[in-house]
Design a protein. Structure first.
Length: 168
């Protein structure tokens, strides 16, 4: 795993961006280098993985593509930055990460660059049936593809967890 954590393909600017280990710092650096970005989407898989999909102006900051997928942990720690020419489908992205899973499908657009940080670990670990969870067993359900999410009936009016269904 250590060799993968240092993985960087193409685009030295991705390596520079990955020095910002928190999402807020990375977004500030991206704004400074690229002149801004558009938040395209946010996908959560399980409790501990988030994909933030961003679009930057074409050719900005010497990036090889205009779409970045920034993978973070639940605390906003940047794990991985992927660069594409177009927005990948969520299922295709997870199929790329976990090719042994039959629950994900789709064709990934060409991956133009990638970098992993010290926060990176195999995301397939989060999808296993015995993956750790901070939710009580009676308050969670398996998310399609793997990982845990709160059951709909334990979600409060704001969409967040009800006080009596709080993590253990």
């Amino acid at each position: 795993m250590a060799e993968r954590a240092a993985c960087a393909t193409l685009a030295p600017v991705l390596q520079e961006l990955s020095k910002q280990l928190g999402l807020g710092a990375l977004l500030a650096e991206l704004k400074s280098r690229a002149g801004g970005y558009e938040l395209v989407d946010h996908w959560q898989q399980g409790e501990f993985h988030h994909d933030v999909v961003l679009r930057v102006p074409e050719g900005a900051a010497k990036l090889p593509g205009a779409v970045l997928v920034v993978a973070t942990n639940c605390n906003g720690g940047v794990k991985e930055i992927l660069c594409f020419g177009s927005v990948p489908a969520r299922g295709a992205l997870w199929r790329h990460r976990c090719p042994d899973s039959d629950e994900f499908s789709g064709e990934l657009p060409p991956l133009l660059g990638e970098v992993r940080t010290i926060h990176w670990f195999d995301p397939c670990e989060l999808l296993r049936p015995d993956a750790r969870s901070e939710f009580r067993e009676d308050a969670r359900e398996r998310q399609p593809g793997g990982g845990w999410r709160l059951k709909p009936d334990v979600t409060g009016a704001s969409g967040g967890p009800r006080a009596d269904a709080a993590p253990i």
